[in-house]
Design a protein around this ligand. Sequence first.
Ligand code: IPM
Ligand code: MG
Length: 368
Amino acid sequence: MSNPSLLILAGDGIGPEVMDQVKRVIDWFGEKRDMAFDVSEDLVGGAAYDKHGVPLHDDTMAKAQEVDAVLLGAVGGPAYDDLDFSVKPERGLLRLRKEMDLFANLRPAQCFDALADFSSLKKDIVAGLDIMIVRELTSGVYFGEPRGIHVENNERVGVNTQRYTESEIARAARAAFDLARKRGNKVCSMEKANVMESGILWRDVVNEIHQAEYSDVELSHMYADNGAMQLVRAPKQFDVILTDNLFGDILSDCAAMLTGSLGMLPSASLGAPMANGRPKAMYEPVHGSAPDISGQGKANPIACILSFAMALRYSFDQGAEATRLESAIEKVLADGARTGDLMGPDGGTPMSTTQMGDVILSALDASL
Ligand code: IPM
Ligand code: MG
């Protein structure tokens, strides 16, 4: 049997720097755990635009469809701010999500004990926090038609459309319920059923799926604005949060910050099973391209490495090895390893991206 295949799209800004550390981790699993991957690399975002004039080349899209999993770094940067909307770096990322049909975006927000002091909230509110946001990723206002800017009565009008079909809601809901069963067995679904028809349908369909297939899981509903408030008031009340594309974008940034640093959070975007039984999948850190620190060796590689841990768990059925990697990261943080984004108020000398990679590899060695 051939090795499982990975396509690395490091992208822009700090993407390539943090991905370099992930490659070392991938090599470690090949050498020490006998888990070799066939790794190929290609361009996405501004890097692809510079070479091809588009943020994702058709050949790259085709490769992404064939591999077992895509690992993505980050896209975007100030050099591309003035580009036409259709070729902006973000369009490359959105094309991957849409054409691979990655409808379930898993965004865990977990607070590492060693970092509980870094949260903008009080320590006791976030210590031990472990929630999972399931964000619908291929529909809603991100993709709904009609969209555009046109002129009406001598002024410009901007239009986007929030649109959800029952089946789109149902498959996202199933992903959330399935995950909840493996965790705290609770789902809170968030929409704006008080003002949006799409929200009314969302709530109905989630209730129907719950009743028919998942009545063993505890289900609640919240308006998304209240959800945002509850996330900063008492985040530990949640286990799995199910929500749409736009609310999920916003709520997941909010949840991320509870954990102390955006540099810590991974994500998985999953679609339907492929012929080999593995889900279509792309893994990426939640942080962006961070142009202000890119190229300086300062970036925290942990979110990107934790994204590879999610790949081990969700694409390759290697939950124990994923836990090994997550524990190694927990260990180095407990030992005081800190990149610049993790410096407390007392300061200290931050380590470089590569040094963080070094200590994680040592902790992996020590785990054997
Ligand atoms: C995210 C990002 C993207 C989004 C951008 C880069 C298009 O904010 O993954 O959360 O809005 O989905
Ligand atoms: Mg976002």
